[in-house]
Write a protein that binds this ligand. Sequence first.
Ligand code: 4AD
Ligand code: MG
Length: 478
Amino acid sequence: MSQRTKIKALLQLEETGFEVTVKGWVRTFRNNQFIALNDGSTNNNLQIVVALDSLDEDTLKRITTGAAISVTGEVVPSLGKGQKVEVKAKTLQILGDCDPTTYPIQPKKHSLEFLRDNAHLRFRTNTFGAVFRVRNTLAFAVHKFFNERGFVYLHTPVITASDAEGAGEMFRVTTLDAVKPPLNDEGHVDFKQDFFGKATNLTVSGQLEGELGAMALSDIYTFGPTFRAENSNTTRHLAEFWMIEPEMAFCDLTENMDTAEALLKYVIAYALEHNAEDIEFLTQRLLEEEKQKPQQDRSELNLLEKLQFCLGNDFVRLTYTEAIDILKDSSHNKKKKFQYLIEGWGTDLQSEHERYLVEKHFKKPVILTDYPKEIKAFYMRQNEDGKTVRAMDILFPGIGEIVGGSQREERLDKLEQRMNEMGIPTEELWWYLDTRRFGACEHAGFGLGFERLVLFVTGMGNIRDVIPFPRAPKTAEF
Ligand code: 4AD
Ligand code: MG
C-alpha cells in the first residue's frame, strides 16, 4: 500500500501484517517512542511506535505536538491499552514543523473561550473535531431527507432588495462611498447610483423566493447562509447562520408540522447512526462539564438519552392560547420566577417561557401554533378569529425555538390588507404578490436554524462553538 490511509479506516479494519502510509498531526510524543497521531477522520489517535535508534537526533526533536508528519510502517497488534493495532514506523518524515513554545494548542484542556479566540486552530481539538464532523453529517442528512421525498434544492439569492421578515434587521450591501455617498435632490443617499440601481441587503430568509419555486415545482427547500443584523449577544443568536427552508404547495399547517417533525427525527437518527463515536465523546464531555454545576442545574438525561428521547416521542402540539394559560397558571409565574411575568394574551414568549413549557411542563419537544398576528410576519395565513395566524414554532429542550414556520396567506386581498397594515411595501413585492394572482394555492413552509440543530445534537452550550467561524456583534475575526 503506497497511498495514504486515513486513520479511521485503518482502525476499523483491525487487521495486521501489512504496510501503510499515514499522515496527520502529532497530538503527543511520549518517551521518545510513542506518537499519538490524529488526522481528523476520527477522534481516535493512531499510535505510532518509533524504534529507539532508528531516527536521528534532529528528526526526533522535531516530532512535537502539532507537527505534520508522514509515517510508513507495518500495522502490528498493539501491546498497549486503548488500541487494537498500532504502526511500527519504518520511515518518518516531518512535513511541517510546529514550534512548541508558540503553538497555542497544548496537549491539555483548554477553555472554550480560549479556543474561540483561536478558532483557526480549534479544529485540532477532540471537541471541535467531533462537533464539525457531526455538523457535516447533519447537513448531509438534511439533503438526503429532502431528496428522498422529491424536493428540489432551490438556491435563493444572498443579495436581495427586500426584507422577507419585515423586521428591518438587515446588513446593507453597497458599492457607494461609505464616507461621502452621492445624494439625491432630497439630500438622501442616492441608491440609483449604487451597483444594483437600488438599495440592497444580505438576505434574512430565502422564503419569499422559495414560495415562487414551490408554486411550480411543488416541493422545494433552500439551505444557505442567512444574515440578521440584530444586536443579540446570546448563546442562541448569530449574525450569520445557515437556515433550511422547505416550502410546499398544496400543504396546510398540519402537514407542515408533520414534515418538520419528521425532518428533525430523521437527521438526529442519522447522526446517531453515523457519528456514534463522536456523540459518545460529546456525551462524556457534557457529563464532565456538568459536574462543575450544582446538582439542581444538571440535566436529568445525558446527551445520548436526550437525543433518543426526542426520537421516541411525539412532539406535543398546542396553541399559543393554551400555552399562555399554562404559563399564567404555573407556580413559576405565581412565584414571580420568570424575569418577564405572563400577564395575559398577546405578548411574545421569551425563551424562559419556551424552555419552561418544554423542560418543566411537558418534558418533550413542543409545537406551538396559532400565534397572535401582531407578533408574527405579514405572510402568515390569517385565522377566522381575526386575531391569530397559522404559525407554528417548534421548541426544543435547552434551545427554545429551533423551527419557525407557517401556512402562507394565499388570498391576495387578505395579504395586501395585512401588508398595508404592517407598512410592508406592496409595490416592491409585486413579484411575490403575482403568485397570488396567477394560480395561487394553499401552501406552507418553515425555517430550521441549522446551528440550533447542531447545538442540540452536540450538546454544546454556545452557538458560536458549532459554526466554524462565528459572526456576531463585534466578532468577525478569521
Ligand atoms: O423564525 P424565523 O425568523 O423564520 C423565518 O425566517 C421564516 N422565513 C422561516 C420560514 O417560514 N421559511 O427563523 C427560522 C429559524 C428560527 O426558528 C431559528 O432556529 C433560526 O432560524 N434563527 C437563528 N439562528 C441563529 N441565529 C439567529 N439570529 C437566528 N434567527 C433565527
Ligand atoms: Mg421565529
